[in-house]
Every structure is written in structure tokens, then in C-alpha cells.
Write a protein that binds this ligand. Structure first.
Ligand SMILES: C[S@@+](CC[C@H](N)C(=O)[O-])C[C@H]1O[C@@H](n2cnc3c(N)ncnc32)[C@H](O)[C@@H]1O
Length: 332
């Protein structure tokens, strides 16, 4: 795992570089600041992450205008920032990931009962409410989603089967360790501060999706993906096809055995299962997808790789067609 300084240097060089000059500079500053490192070392290991620290500082004190003022903000507001870091987690909800899920979803014969695992505020539970622009193909948001519904852009590779319609979703529900509530101002503020500072397009998309979700109020239950899913599956209407999906969740389950147990449970449940995750979380699926793309997520259907996807839904590299009927034979 390395020292706090090493982790922040790595975050600066690998994660923030080229994506957020502000966070890159902040992370390098943390790595060189004994006082900030001491502050972080007093927190539990799983609360020392850069994304959590920087979102908490922004929530409490705004964006420090310089790296020196990062230290000052932390000195001045240490208790309030620590409080946020102990009570909140990095629950970034990225509705534009729906642009990478839709080509798979529309190939499944509906009507669909959607279950999202690790749903955060449930914004990805509304793929049928958003508009999409894949370059060669566009879908406008349905009228029922209202005038503020976002349109997400996604650059898709030539072989991607681009949808000409939305999926027919007749039932939806999510599960999360800590559901966020789009009608709660503090939860909404936290979601907004989790978006990196320069990512204004993502922030606009998030806000637009929240405005849709505030009308629909997607249901997200508190629960653990390894224990509480069967109960939710049992509630889905019997005349709809159950599709269970998750994006950017399984890396929070640290034990590979727990991840594999979860995968086996879904295959045994006889549902259709879409996983959109960093490739390392299911190495057994990633090895079937050719050379690993570490900066992409791998989209699989019942363990079968179907596409590499941009982690924020910004791109899609289709691997193969898949047949939902055949997917059940795939073992994990
Ligand atoms: C990075 S967020 C992703 C949210 C959403 N899937 C998206 O792509 O926008 C990860 C979410 O997974 C949830 N999570 C992590 N471990 C979980 C578990 N064992 N059971 C249920 N939810 C979990 C977290 O609470 C968090 O809301």
C-alpha cells in the first residue's frame, strides 16, 4: 500500500495527471507536507484517500486558490474536514456511465426490471430517462423525463451496436451500503463536490440527472451486495427480465473471494448480469478480453467481455456481440 506520501504522489502522477491539474498539484503538496500527512495518519486507513480529502476540503472551505492555502485551509478547519472524512465516503455517482450501458441494455429483450448494485443516489438507474450522443447516433431524452434531462456524449468504436431506442424499464431498484438521497441538500452537495474541479461538463450532467431523479425518486435500499441482493431480486415483477448491473463498485470489495462469491450468486440467480468495473476486480473475465486496458473499465455480460468503457462513460470500445440467451452458460 505504501506510505501516505507515496500514495498521494502516485495519485498525482497516475490518476490526476492530465485530468485535474488542481488535484495533481494538491496531491503533490500533500506528499510534501508533514502536517497534512500527520492529519491523514490520524484517520483510519480507508479514510485517507485523496478524493475524500479534497472533496471534504472543498465542501468545508471551498477550493484553496493555491497549494500553500491548502495547508492553511486544513489547519483552520481540521476538525470539520476530519468530521466529513469520517462520515462520508467516495460515492461518486456518474450518470453518464449509462451511455456505455445502453448498447448492452437494448439488446436484452424487455420489459426490464433493473437492479443496480452500489447505486449511490440511483442516477444510473435511469438509463431510459437520459439523452445520448454517440456521434453517429443520437437519442433524445423522452418527454416524460422533463426539459432538464441531460444528454450524455460518448465516443463509440465502429463496431458498437448503437441503440435507436431506449430500453423499456418497468421496474427499478438499487442497493447501496449508504444510499444517498437526491432530495436531501447535503447529499446533493456531497455528490457535487465529488466531481473533480475542472470537470464542468460532468458537473452539469450530474446536476441535470439529479433534477430528473428528484422527479422520479429512484428507490435505493440500504444493503450489502454480498448479503442483501436475493431479497431485492425476489421483489422484481415476474413478467419482466431481471437485469442486475453495477459500475465502479466492486473495487470497494477488497477481498477477491467476496467478489467471486458475488459473481457466482448472480450466475446462479439466473438473471442477466452486467458488470462495468476496473478490469482487476474480475481477472478471470479480463483475461478473456485481450490485452488489459488499465485506464478503462471492462463491461461484461454474465462474465463475457463485451466492451472496454471509459470510466466516466466518455468512450466505448466494443469487443463482441453477445446473446443474452447464451450468457447463462458462462461460468465464473
Ligand atoms: C463510486 S460509487 C459508484 C456509484 C454508481 N454505481 C455509479 O457508477 O455512479 C460506489 C458505490 O458503491 C457502494 N458500495 C461499496 N461497497 C458496497 C457493498 N458491499 N454493498 C453495496 N454497496 C456498496 C458505495 O457505497 C458507493 O455508493
Amino acid at each position: 500500500m505504501g506510505s501516505v506520501a507515496e500514495r498521494y504522489q502516485r495519485f498525482a502522477r497516475v490518476e490526476a495527471k492530465g485530468r485535474s491539474p488542481v488535484y495533481e498539484a494538491f496531491a503533490m503538496q500533500v506528499a510534501q507536507s508533514p502536517d497534512i500527512i500527520r492529519f491523514l495518519e490520524r484517520l483510519p486507513l480507508d479514510r485517507q484517500q485523496p478524493n475524500l480529502l479534497f472533496a471534504a476540503i472543498r465542501l468545508v472551505a471551498g477550493i484553496p486558490p493555491s497549494t500553500q492555502e491548502l495547508n492553511a485551509a486544513l489547519r483552520e478547519h481540521a476538525d470539520a474536514i476530519a468530521e466529513v472524512m469520517l462520515t462520508r465516503t467516495t460515492q461518486t455517482n456518474e450518470p453518464s456511465r449509462c451511455a456505455t450501458l445502453l448498447p448492452a441494455l437494448v439488446q436484452i429483450e424487455g420489459p426490464l426490471a433493473l437492479i443496480e448494485v452500489g447505486a449511490s443516489a440511483g442516477l444510473c438507474l435511469l438509463p431510459d430517462a437520459y439523452g445520448y450522443d454517440w456521434g453517429r447516433q443520437r437519442l433524445i431524452p423522452p418527454d416524460w423525463a422533463g426539459a432538464t434531462a441531460p444528454t450524455f456524449s460518448c465516443e463509440a468504436s465502429a463496431g458498437t451496436p448503437l441503440p435507436s431506442r431506449h430500453p423499456q424499464v418497468v421496474w427499478r431498484a438499487g442497493i447501496d451500503l449508504n444510499p444517498l438521497d437526491v432530495s436531501n441538500d447535503e447529499d446533493v452537495a456531497w455528490l457535487e463536490h465529488l466531481v473533480w474541479p475542472e470537470h464542468e461538463g460532468r458537473l452539469a450532467g450530474l446536476r441535470a440527472a439529479i433534477s430528473v431523479a428528484q422527479q422520479i425518486l429512484p428507490r435505493v435500499e440500504a444493503g450489502d451486495l454480498n448479503h442483501d441482493l436475493p431479497e431485492l431480486i425476489a421483489q422484481a415483477p415476474s413478467d419482466a427480465k431481471v437485469v442486475i448491473f453495477h459500475t465502479a463498485v466492486l473495487s470497494y470489495v477488497s477481498n477477491q473471494k467476496d467478489r467471486d462469491d458475488f459473481a457466482r450468486m448472480l450466475v446462479d440467480a439466473g438473471v442477466i448480469w452486467l458488470s462495468n468495473e476496473a478490469p482487476h476486480v474480475f481477472p478471470q473475465f479480463a483475461q478473456k478480453a485481450g490485452p488489459t486496458k488499465d485506464d478503462m473499465f471492462l463491461l461484461t455480460a454474465n462474465g463475457q467481455p463485451i466492451a472496454w468503457s471509459g470510466p466516466h462513460g466518455q468512450s466505448l470500445r466494443w469487443i463482441s456481440q453477445f446473446s443474452p440467451g447464451v450468457m447463462r452458460r458462462i461460468c465464473v
